[in-house]
Design a protein. Structure first.
Length: 273
């Protein structure tokens, strides 16, 4: 006769082995979904897999991105200080004009005594006067005595956006570009670095940023991957305004020339002369 205690032990052992097998199967399944990167993980390959459409393709659906408001023209109104013009927003305006039909306007607020002629004409001359409803987007720049750029949009539930970097992100989103989480985070990081360290930081911070840019641009044509992003626009403008362009290392100099070969950048270059 089999000892009942031995029989119970065997049953228990079988149960434990069964549970271990189930646990192993679960772990194997998770390992296929999750990969733990090394500390020096290079995200370049992930960036390259992004499916980004060039900025010169047909316009994205503004109603889809901004909300349909009974077919009304969507107005973007930006307040900016002429003593420190937000160059990145001017570059983005030029890029948007290549994609959409934009009703542009420049005004001067009573808080500002005088504005240089080149800033009053920063959007160029609008020779074609069309009915308002034929435009896709309204873009109004008001030179005003404000501590930092402010943007208001026609969607009633939307809070005003402050800061050149944040407004630049919003405007670039109108191109309808889609990025994975890694690429989006890197773009945001470069925008913040350009604004808070390259543009507003100490000389030591600026030097560190230039070295980081040089290293990144040694791997890819643009700061994040092989397509122009808002990070390139904001960083290029910060370099121009801080006077750090001439001291930039080789890869950064090459990248700057690539930017300046694009019409929206070259038009802003004229404002700096």
């Amino acid at each position: 006769e089999v000892d009942p205690s031995l029989q119970a032990l065997e049953s228990r052992q079988e149960e434990i082995l069964k549970r271990l097998y189930e646990l192993k199967s679960a772990v194997d399944g998770l390992s296929k979904m999750i990969q733990t990167p090394d500390a020096d993980f290079d995200v370049t390959n992930i960036i390259q897999t992004d499916e980004c459409s060039p900025l010169t393709t047909n316009g994205a659906d503004l109603d889809l991105m901004l909300g349909k408001d009974y077919g009304a023209l969507k107005d973007i109104v930006i307040n900016a200080n002429p003593s420190l013009p937000p160059l990145s927003l001017l570059v983005l305006h030029s890029l948007l004009c290549e994609r959409y039909k934009i009703l542009s306007a420049v005004h001067t607020h009573s808080s500002v005594k005088s504005v240089p002629e080149n800033l009053l004409k920063c959007f160029g001359e609008q020779t074609k006067k069309q009915p308002r409803h034929e435009y896709q987007l309204g873009f109004t720049l008001i030179w005003k005595d404000v501590p930092k750029p402010q943007m208001k949009f026609s969607i009633q539930t939307m809070c005003p956006i402050e800061g050149e970097g944040n407004i630049a992100r919003f405007l670039f989103s109108l191109f309808g570009q889609k990025y994975n989480a890694v690429t989006s985070t890197l773009i945001d990081s470069w925008v913040d670095t350009a604004i808070f360290q390259l543009k507003e930081g100490s000389s030591k911070e600026k030097g560190a940023v230039l070295r980081s840019m040089n290293a990144a641009l040694g791997k890819t044509s643009w700061l994040v991957g092989n397509e122009l992003t808002v990070a390139d626009i904001v960083a290029w403008c910060a370099l121009q305004q801080t006077g750090s362009a001439n001291a930039a290392p080789a890869n950064v100099q090459k990248w700057m020339k690539s930017c300046e070969n694009l019409a929206p950048f070259s038009s802003v270059m004229k404002l700096l002369k």
